[in-house]
Design a protein around this ligand. Structure first.
Ligand code: NIG
Ligand code: FE
Length: 399
């Protein structure tokens, strides 16, 4: 067989390919003294070194553990301006939702982002994506949603498009907060103008909505998600962040790829997710940064749901520039086991993006993998604030 055989791998660790629900999230394959055969950017074979097929080139990885490249299924990595004044107010007791209701928060990021050119947005986003990738992310979802108007939303998606090939980006159109006046006309225009234009340009693969008291109602959310489906786009939702107003149930009913946040989810929302194909994406960086309750990760898995984890990198609720750190936080704050957390950040995060060829070390998957500093993969969920990832490989090439 031709290709490159990666050898001297102390442990090759992978979840099973495809979305994993409930207890199956803990079923990792661990191969000691392993090898990995790559050709044409794709994994062709994995197994014990002693059984590896003969091949021309060999690459010695130095006796460390290898895991799949991480998938970050939820970021807002494109923005301009900052939220440092909000942060000072929040730590002195002003709630996030109150800052938003006063016209700050997300709305202040919209003013700064709406005024930026595509080139500025690309320049600002690149180092953030480099940080996520150095932490292990080889596939990263990026949302729009800070556009003041439709032209600004398209500029955000164009910035994502310019960075797409370099970082393995998956673009999502986010309908984030309604205007303070004329909201029914706005929702109408989103459905009849923005979504068709975005679908026609091919600049987003999914549509997301922030369904919350301070953002879109259930009726508005339903109209937007139905328009997205009618134009052949996948759907996902920000729901149950502060209040469970029915967004999770709606997303499950409409077959959304994922529902994200879930900090305020209770038994009804957990049961809806467990009984659906929708992935439950939890975002522990928000819990850490806003000091709010954690999403019920443990209860979701115990009920049989498929849980994914993301950074939610954004300037307001989660300034978290490490996908590995999100994985490690899910263990501490949402009570996932280390094995569940790896599954949540790989195959399940891929499923939250509608992808099935990334996230596992298995024949036919893209050769996206991480060589750690350590011989034991469990450093990945363990380390806080350092980087246990030594090097990152995308399609069989070191990046
Ligand atoms: O996922 N909750 C809504 N949207 C983002 C926050 C964006 C912001 O605060 O700028 C989130 O948390
Ligand atoms: Fe978000």
């Amino acid at each position: 067989m031709t290709g490159t055989l990666f050898t001297n791998i102390s442990q090759l660790v992978t979840p099973l390919p495809g979305v994993q629900r409930g207890a199956a999230m803990r079923e990792l394959t661990v191969i000691p003294d392993a090898a990995l055969l790559v050709s044409g950017g794709v994994i062709r074979w994995v197994g014990p070194r002693s059984e590896a097929p003969a091949t021309g080139a060999e690459h010695d990885l130095g006796g460390v553990a290898v895991v799949p490249g991480l998938v970050d299924p939820h970021t807002h990595a494109v923005w301009a301006g900052d939220r440092l004044a909000d942060f000072e107010a929040r730590v002195q007791g002003v709630p996030y939702e109150e800052i938003l209701a006063r016209g700050g928060g997300i709305r202040s990021s919209m003013r700064a982002t709406g005024a930026a050119t595509v080139e500025e947005l690309v320049r600002l986003a690149r180092p953030r994506l480099q940080a996520l990738r150095a932490s292990g992310a080889t596939t990263i979802e990026v949302k729009s949603g800070y556009g003041l108007d439709f032209a600004a939303e398209i500029r955000m998606l164009e910035a994502v498009h310019q960075l797409q090939a370099e970082f393995g980006l998956i673009p999502t159109l986010l309908i984030h907060v309604p205007p303070t006046e004329g909201r029914s006309e706005y929702v109408e225009a989103v459905c009849h103008d923005l979504i068709p234009a975005v679908a026609k340009k091919g600049v987003a693969s999914a549509v997301d909505v922030f369904c919350e008291r301070e953002a879109f109602t259930i009726q508005e959310t339903r109209a937007i998600l139905m328009a997205a489906k009618a134009h052949g786009l996948d759907i996902k939702l920000h729901a149950d962040q502060f209040h469970a107003i029915g967004g999770t149930e709606l997303a499950c009913e409409l077959g959304a790829l994922s529902v994200d946040h879930l900090e305020a989810s209770g038994p009804a929302q957990i049961a809806a997710l467990a009984g659906s194909t929708t992935v439950a994406t939890i975002l522990p960086g928000v819990t850490l940064h806003l000091g709010l309750p954690a999403a019920p990760g443990r209860a979701l898995i115990d009920a049989g749901a498929a849980v994914a984890v993301g950074t939610d990198l954004n300037p307001g609720s989660s300034p978290l520039f490490s996908t590995q750190f999100a994985l490690a936080l899910a263990v501490r704050l949402c009570r996932l086991t280390p094995a569940e957390s790896l599954t949540a950040c790989t195959v399940n995060a891929a499923a939250a993006l509608g992808l099935n060829d990334v996230g596992a070390l298995a024949p036919g998957h893209d050769a996206n993998f991480l060589a750690l500093h350590s011989a034991d993969w469990r450093e990945l969920p363990y380390v806080l604030g350092g980087n246990p990832v030594r090097d990152v490989w995308v399609s069989g090439r070191r990046v």
